[in-house]
Design a binder for this molecule. Sequence first.
Ligand code: ADP
Ligand code: MG
Length: 267
Amino acid sequence: MGKIIAIANQKGGVGKTTTAVNLAASLAATKRKVLLIDLDPQGNATMASGVDKYNVHATCYELLVEEQSVEQVVIKETSGLYHLISANADVTAAEIKLMEVYAREQRLKNALAPVKDFYDFIIIDCPPSLNMLTVNAMTAADSVLVPMQCEYYALEGLTALMDTITKLTSVVNDKLHIEGILRTMYDPRNRLANDVSEQLKRHFGDKVYRTVIPRNVRLAEAPSFGTPVMYYDKSSTGAKAYLALAGEVLRKNNTAKKAQKATASVA
Ligand code: ADP
Ligand code: MG
């Protein structure tokens, strides 16, 4: 059974899209079947996957509003060896139209149900707000991966996100949990970053990934070439960090699976 991971943080510019694209590519490089869903009308994950957002046959608008199937809207040719459901400005309209429909927060979950077993991982790149698109992502997801920059206000934002997750857990998705917290654009020479990082570990323990994503210019350059960083500069610190993250995600999920099996056989 595939795992659905939403990449979310209501703050913009923290590395959600960079993480979604490069984690998807790194998991795909380990021969996992991966679907990346771009849920942000800015379409950055789409462009970073080598797909022209102005020239796509369908986006998640068709998936969510017109209830087309994943098979109808999916793009199988990307620069990252994963499948993609794209986004562009049309998706802004989806957010508004969804407000009018029945079971509006369930649309993505229902759309993914038929393909959940086909993919090993479905990664959702969320927009930088807690709107109906993000609620759809969190309703569909098994877990949330939170990228964050270790800055002064970061912990406050994180608390707001955790509150939202707790609320959603009680209303629309009782199995939603934190997949992990990822420190991005990390500069170990920055004292504040180290302090915030320590606080984060104290507060969230092993939910904080050991892998840290360093600030690396190759990560910022790769999207303009329409490719994940590992196919742009595979020896860069950014490429290595995202491969390490994929390894950590795989290990955590194997362990989780084993634990589940053990509980099942005891029961
Ligand atoms: P979000 O999706 O949360 O808005 P992005 O992934 O688009 O954030 O990142 C914001 C900007 O920072 C982008 O220009 C991106 O290329 C750059 N960036 C992201 N992560 C890194 C990193 N580790 N090192 C350097 N630049 C980064
Ligand atoms: Mg983004």
